[in-house]
Design a protein around this ligand. Structure first.
Ligand code: MAN
Length: 348
């Protein structure tokens, strides 16, 4: 069903310069995707860390003044836990092993990307983004591009929003959904006179990592939250699920591509079909993944066995989607909307 680009991976860390001297680009992943000024653009999550030193582990963050601060730990220290490559845990406090910002790249053919000729770095700013910003979704609504992304800091992981019309000036709208929340995708048009978004709060104790839906009269104030999809024990999406990019409008409903992971963090892609007029109603869902980590660039890397999409371009029946592979590189693939729809199983 899925045609991966033969050129994969299409963006790798060595293709981008670090944002600051002394850092290396470790991962270029999870891009938001949009069309602007006749080109295809990706707003890429660029994860950086200090140039590694043998026997030591570093954690990187912004301080309150926005300057980069580096904490260094001895690998032999028994209080240090680096068993998950994405995190550095020291005496029970979790830091991230990399610090992410967002960066724009553009392309004439949707396959070969380069940095534009204007400053294209969107950094984390302020107290709620001291550990960086990640995994941006882009929705175009009435000529305005809305960016929803993960804001990370020591007080938690939440969803931030900004908007732009020219990709040079950004209006920051602050934290839209408080911790713990990520994977927020806006619908690109109103349904029933309201704005809608999918999001992924994490339950503590009761609940889990499920997909929720909310609505808003003005795109800034969100309410009427409902849980529309849960993880499924024994399935490929048993551990956590989260929305991809904006749902795709079809004649039979809103088609959402989503990621599902097992408890052991193997990330696959599936789809959910929502009612056109009442998106709180789930019509159908993938029983089996529509795509699994399979190529070497998906199974091996910074954090292997991961495919994660949050950006696509739709042309008629074809969706070209872009995805982070093994939390290290960006790849592209094409899929037919009708083939995905035909693969779904009706939910009773
Ligand atoms: C998880 C992973 C990391 C990410 C943090 C914070 O640990 O997805 O890549 O940096 O969450 O969002």
């Amino acid at each position: 069903m899925i045609q991966r680009f033969p050129e994969n991976p299409i963006l790798i860390p060595s293709m981008l310069k670090p944002s600051t001297e002394g850092l290396t680009v470790e991962c270029t992943i999870n891009p938001g995707v949009f069309e602007f000024a006749g080109k295809t653009w990706m707003i890429v999550r660029v994860a950086e860390r200090p140039v590694p030193v043998v026997g030591k582990t570093a954690a990187t963050l912004f301080d309150a003044q926005g300057a980069i601060r580096i904490l260094t730990f001895e690998n032999s220290d028994p209080d240090l836990d680096i068993s998950d490559s994405r995190a550095v845990v020291y005496r029970g406090v979790t830091y991230l092993s990399t610090l992410s910002h967002l960066r724009l790249v553009c392309s004439d053919d949707g396959v070969h990307f380069h940095e534009p000729d204007f400053p294209a770095i969107v950094p984390g700013v302020g107290a709620l983004e001291t550990y960086g910003i990640e995994d941006c979704r882009v929705a175009k609504i009435n000529g305005v591009y809305y960016l929803t992304f993960t804001e990370v800091s020591e007080v938690g992981v939440g969803v931030g929003m900004m908007s732009t019309t020219d990709w040079r000036h950004f209006e920051r709208h602050g934290m839209m959904l408080p911790p713990h929340n990520k994977d927020c995708a806006l619908f690109e048009e109103k349904v029933g006179g309201k704005y809608w978004c999918l999001h992924r709060p994490s339950g503590i104790g009761l609940g889990g990592n499920f997909i929720w839906l909310a609505s808003s009269p003005d795109i800034h104030h969100w309410g009427n939250h409902v849980c529309i999809a849960r993880t499924r024990a024994g399935y490929w999406d048993s551990g956590r699920i989260g929305a991809g990019a904006s749902p795709i409008k079809t004649d039979v409903g809103w088609l959402l591509l989503y990621h599902g992971a097992t408890e052991s963090n193997r990330y696959c892609l599936g789809a959910i079909l929502l009612d056109l007029n009442d998106p709180t109603h789930v019509i159908a869902r993938s029983d089996k993944p529509i795509m699994e980590p399979q190529e070497k660039y998906e199974t091996c890397g910074f954090f292997g066995e991961v495919i994660f999409t949050n950006g696509h371009i739709r042309r008629g029946d074809e969706v070209t989607f872009y995805y982070g592979a093994a939390d290290e590189v960006i790849c592209g693939a094409r899929v037919s909307v009708s083939a995905v729809l035909a693969s779904l199983k009706i939910v009773r």
